[in-house]
Design a protein. Structure first.
Length: 401
């Protein structure tokens, strides 16, 4: 159980908040690279409580800056991309896209000042995704981790941007270390409701004899022992600190990037490393994607709960937009959650004292070394059909290469 003040410390993610400053020390996924292709060169995006604009420059690189002009707050989304910057459509003020510096003010005689500059953040692309680093010193940004799902070149990838989740990021990420929930939420739920869950129900619907967690360099590792007529030791993929899930589903290796939009909404970008030969290999800029959205006016009671994702989603969202952890009654099965919270608190403490985070840090001597994780145990990979997010919600944008 946390106090209300402790809960705020771990859930608030805006500029200047304790957790917000920690999350800004990690590269955050923004959107599929292919969204900004062809005639599309700009995208409005909100991350960590900040409204930003992503721009594809003339040389094919990408830049990220505050969306609103420093003059009178008009959106630069409607501005003009020029060779050396972006010009506001309202009064023509121009800004360097990579530094945010105001470089021109038509009809003005006074020199520009630093107060007229925009925030600008470095961007990188990898595996079909754009990433942004929003830390206080862009020049000291750590290496972008080369997670295997986004770094491997031997198998095709696909990306799904899921509907915005109406809850704080932490209750989504805590679910990753909640080992025991799978028996009831996925196994029992599918059995009782007679759902066709593609083998998931049969896999999870087994008695749990033991469970354990361990701290690792990348986050929290998990182990579970099944009993019954199909005993098995399952080594579950770790929670990747601070806001990533790495999990195999059948022959698909996937990552879920849980990106806080603000304190009450979370964006999830799913990346699947698909089976070899299932599709053509394409450059990062051509990785296909889909953007999923809920139908207008849909209520949570109307959600399609036939899949693991939607089953998780309903319990995340019904905890409240920001779960009140002062009302919890934690038990032995919640030890992984306690470990994760303590890790989060300790890393926040480091940042507050001027020290960089120590968990999930890439070795600067090997910045592009691929970071791989063992898949779950073999029966999972052989027995469970691959899950691809999308059939439950409407696709409003898609690109299949």
């Amino acid at each position: 159980m946390l106090t209300a003040k402790e809960n705020e410390r771990l859930t608030q993610i805006g500029p200047g908040t304790p957790c917000g400053e920690l999350l800004r020390r990690y590269w955050q996924a923004v959107c599929p690279t292919k969204e900004l292709s062809g005639k599309v060169r700009k995208k409005r995006i909100e991350i960590l409580g900040e409204k930003l604009l992503v721009v594809r420059l003339d040389d094919g690189s990408f830049a990220c800056m505050s969306e609103q002009c420093a003059h009178r707050n008009a959106s630069l989304y409607f501005g003009f991309i020029e060779r050396d910057g972006i010009r506001c459509c309202y009064h023509g003020w121009k800004f360097d896209c990579t530094t945010g510096t105001c470089i021109e003010r038509p009809f003005e005689s006074a020199e520009t000042t630093a107060k007229m500059n925009l925030k600008a953040y470095p961007m990188q692309q990898l595996g079909g995704l754009l990433f942004v680093y929003m830390g206080p010193e862009p020049a000291k940004a750590p290496p972008l981790p080369h997670w295997d799902v986004i770094a491997r070149t031997d198998r095709p990838r696909t990306i799904a941007v899921l509907p915005d989740h109406k809850c704080n990021w932490l209750q989504i990420q805590e679910n990753t270390v909640d080992t025991a929930h799978t028996y009831y939420l996925h196994g029992e739920f599918a059995a009782v409701n007679e759902l066709d869950s593609k083998g998931v129900a049969e896999y999870y619907h087994r008695p749990i004899e033991k469970y354990d967690w361990a701290i690792s360099h990348w986050g929290v590792e998990k182990t579970l022992v099944y009993g019954g007529d199909r005993p098995e030791v399952e080594v579950r993929p770790p929670l990747i600190f601070p806001n990533i899930l790495r999990v195999p589903v059948g022959p698909v290796e996937s990552m879920h990037f849980r990106i806080p939009i603000d304190d009450e909404r979370t964006r999830i970008i799913w990346v699947g490393l698909m089976p070899e030969g299932s599709a053509s290999l394409v450059p990062d800029s051509e990785v296909p994607y889909e953007i999923r959205r809920d139908p207008p006016g849909v209520e949570i009671e109307d959600y399609d709960v036939s899949t693991v994702w939607q089953q998780d989603r309903v319990v995340w969202e019904t905890q409240g937009v920001i779960a009140d952890r002062s009302r919890e009654n934690l038990a032995a099965t919640d030890r992984g959650i306690v470990m994760f919270r303590r890790m989060l608190q300790s890393q926040i403490d480091l940042v507050e004292t001027g020290v960089e985070p120590t968990v999930a840090v890439v070795d600067a001597a090997e910045p592009t070394r691929m970071i791989a994780f063992d898949s779950a145990t073999r029966p999972w990979n052989e027995a469970v059909a691959p899950w691809y997010p999308g059939q439950e919600t409407e696709a409003i944008g898609a690109s299949h290469g």
